[in-house]
Design a protein around this ligand. Structure first.
Ligand code: HDD
Length: 705
């Protein structure tokens, strides 16, 4: 994470400036620039008479309103975007690709990134169980390059022709349009049971990866095997990875469901607020490189997007860093109208024959034509490259440029043969030798569906594995047809008997017979998100429960130490405004939010400061006590000092303590010290628990919250 002020000094921002219109100045006008003196009453015959058609302002206003909506994306409809920049660390990748933005450390390339959920519609909640889109548009000096990835390294299907089937299965069911943004329903699991190629991505979907705490705390993956092309035209297979500097962290399913009500914009708000506060999220781009001669060295096909290459087998090599440092000015103009396309390539990068990618290369341009209303959407400010665009494609809805010259064809003599065909810097397709009969078929090596899901399952830590079992139990528990549930559990048995047995128990089904006992037990520790947990507590949100009589001195001390580490503290009380501090000198402590407007699920940790009167008030306040208990249940760090520690003892979260001792058992950090005596070690210990995100070893089952 980088701290600072918004970086708008790049080519793309300068270009966008010409499209920006400041609405906070000037006069109200019609679309024709004519000033308007009133927009509250339409022109009518007499004060009570019928409205006149001649009121062009009223008609234009209503007409424009009537046409405000465009089709939402058929998938990834809900998203949040931000600008930033990418810079490679060094030039080493230049041995493999001519793409300058990846190889010249002096070049800082502007980017726009859009994160998204997949299944829900535009107004659905952020914290649903779903894949997250992670699409990056690099405005390079050689044209736009789009890396249209996800936060899972594998996809649900192997051939693009299955995409409509898969999407129809996961989307709300067609007869009643239920459920919204949820995979827990019959059609998805019917599809999964009959299409075992989905199983690997389904394991990821049932894992914590599908519940990101923040877009800023997700990995990203290009998923497909792509190709880098060097200066001699030689190809190298490549997989792209984004790794967040803040580590990978997730929410619990119970929190997700509650947040969907308390703050359906949780992930977008988090991205927006942090960028606005100058806490810029950062990711490292890494690559796995596979020489072409090793194409067939794997026990899966490199062209199969349902498989990943374990990092232990082919390491991820760091390439550069991306920082997001500017929020959009207008959601629709930028985040909604941005159009990504897997076929937006620059010289030095090319496709492979991955059958999923091949049809993606058709789908994105096609879908933008309807979504953005015609063939000129690349001229929209957000989509325009920073390089020159000159060609003979002309006319169409929404033509914004004024192409000059008489000859709109190549070759021409009238226009001096221009625009000229490039000899330098042009994109050249990789000259892959191709031969074979045209068949509607799938390669044999694609037909192994269980080994990598098993590797994923076996690479999980205990809490991650527990969450996967609970997720299957929830999702299949919502399936109404027993035969669908049973079929999925059968598949799980082929992945791992223990997994299937545990899920079957939760569903009240008999443990399925294990037909073929797998002999392979490959693990990939890198798949556990605990292996990418990052460091520190920067941007973590801590709720501070206060009431009249709070120990302001102690709070100041602890707050200073935690904010110095980058954490964000919010004071919560029964009412807004402020509360009097302990003592009678008139000092008050500002209340950031009233308890009624928030919930513990919106925070990463809870702190209860001292002050006897304050703690007495909080102890008698049901919502405040519930807040602490619920945070405890969700395995979050809890801290209390002075009388605050006593409150945690009263509600049974920490044992009796001798005076002034610091204790940090079970992720509950307490000291009986207060005021200026709160030891520095208190904040240190709290921060350490917070840095681990959750206290997974804590027993929480019996907590009544
Ligand atoms: Fe896709 C959008 C990622 C397979 C067809 N896709 C879309 C977005 C992301 C992905 C991140 C949102 C872009 C944005 O923010 O505007 N899609 C993926 C990944 C895939 C994948 C990582 C597998 C590796 N997609 C895929 C297939 C097809 C599509 C196989 C069709 C054959 N995807 C689309 C689309 C969308 C889209 C219909 C909807 C809106 C859009 O493109 O612009 O064309």
């Amino acid at each position: 994470m980088v701290t600072g002020t918004a970086g708008d000094s790049n080519d793309k921002q300068r270009q966008l400036d010409s499209a920006r219109v400041d609405r906070e100045q000037g006069y109200l006008t019609t679309q024709q620039g004519v000033r308007v003196d009133s927009t509250d009453d339409a022109v009518k015959v007499g004060e009570r008479g019928p409205t006149l058609l001649e009121d062009f302002h009223a008609r234009e206003k209503i007409t424009h309103f009537d046409h405000e909506r465009i089709p939402e994306r058929v998938v990834h409809a809900r998203g949040a975007g931000a600008y930033g920049h990418f810079r490679p660390y060094a030039d080493w990748l230049g041995r493999f690709t001519t793409a300058r933005f990846l190889t010249d450390p002096t070049v800082r390339t502007p980017v726009f990134v859009r994160f998204s959920t997949v299944a829900g519609s535009r107004g659905s909640a952020d914290t649903v169980r779903d894949v997250r889109g992670f699409a990056t548009k690099f405005y390079t000096t050689e044209g736009n390059y789009d890396l249209v990835g996800n936060n899972f390294p594998v996809f649900f299907i192997q051939d693009g022709i299955k995409f409509p089937d898969f999407v129809h299965a996961v989307k709300p069911e067609p007869h009643n349009e239920i459920p919204q943004a949820a995979s827990a329903h019959d059609t998805l699991w019917d599809f999964v049971g009959l299409q075992p190629e989905t199983l690997h991505a389904i394991m990821w979907l049932m894992s914590d990866r599908a519940l990101p705490r923040s877009y800023r705390m997700m990995q990203g993956f290009g998923v497909h095997t792509f190709r880098l092309i060097d200066a001699d035209g030689q190809g190298t297979f490549v997989k792209f990875h984004w790794k967040p500097k803040l580590g990978v962290h997730s929410l619990l399913w119970d929190e997700c469901q509650q947040i969907a009500g308390h703050d359906p914009d949780f992930n977008r708000r988090d991205l927006w607020d942090n960028i606005a506060a100058g806490q810029f999220p950062e990711w490292e781009l890494g690559v796995q490189l596979i020489p072409e001669h090793r194409e067939f060295d794997f026990d899966f096909d490199l062209l199969d997007a349902t498989k990943l290459i374990p990092e232990e087998q082919i390491p991820v090599r760091p390439v550069g860093s991306m920082v997001l440092d500017r929020n959009p000015d207008n959601f629709f103009a930028e985040t909604e109208q941005v159009a990504f396309h897997t076929a937006n390539l620059v010289p030095g990068i090319d496709f492979t024959d991955d059958p999923l990618l091949q049809l993606r290369n058709f789908s994105y341009l096609d879908t933008q034509l309807i979504r953005l209303g015609g063939p000129n959407f690349a001229q929209l400010p957000i989509n325009r490259p920073v390089t020159d665009v000159r060609n003979h494609q002309q006319d169409g809805y929404g033509q914004h440029t004024i192409p000059r010259g008489q000859a709109a064809y190549t070759k021409n003599a009238i226009g001096g043969g221009c625009p000229a065909l490039a000899e330098e810097g042009a994109f050249r397709h990789y000259p892959e030798p191709l031969y074979g009969a045209s068949v509607r078929a799938r390669a044999e090596k694609f037909r192994e569906y269980y080994r990598q899901p098993r590797m994923f399952w076996r690479s999980m830590s205990e809490p991650e594995a527990d969450h996967i079992v609970a997720a299957f139990a929830f999702e299949l528990g919502k399936v109404t047809r027993p035969v669908i549930r049973a079929r999925v559990v059968e598949h799980l048995a082929r992945i791992d008997a223990d997994l299937a047995g545990r899920v079957a128990t939760e569903l009240g089904l008999p443990a399925p017979a294990v037909r073929d006992k797998p002999t392979d037990a490959t693990m990939s520790p890198a798949l556990s998100q605990l292996s990418v947990s990052g460091e520190g507590i920067a941007t973590r949100k801590i709720a501070v429960l206060i009431a009249g009589g709070v120990d302001a001195e102690g709070l100041r001390r602890v707050r200073a130490q935690l904010t110095a580490r980058g954490a964000v503290l919010e004071t919560l009380a029964a009412h807004g405004g402020s509360v009097p501090a302990q003592g009678s000198d008139g000092e008050t402590v500002t209340v950031d939010r009233s308890l009624a407007t928030v919930s513990s699920v919106l925070y990463d940790g809870v702190l209860v400061p001292g002050g006897r009167a304050a703690v007495d008030a909080l102890s008698g306040d049901g919502p405040a006590v519930h807040f602490v208990l619920e945070a405890f249940k969700h395995a979050k760090p809890i801290g209390g000092f002075g009388a605050g520690a006593a409150l945690l003892r009263v509600v049974g979260l920490t044992p009796e303590l001798p005076d002034a001792e610091l204790s940090a058992t079970n992720g509950v950090v307490v000291t009986s010290a207060f005021g200026r005596d709160v030891p520095g070690r208190f904040a240190d210990a709290f921060a350490e628990v917070l840095a681990h995100h959750r206290v997974w070893r804590r027993a929480t089952h019996a907590v009544p919250a």
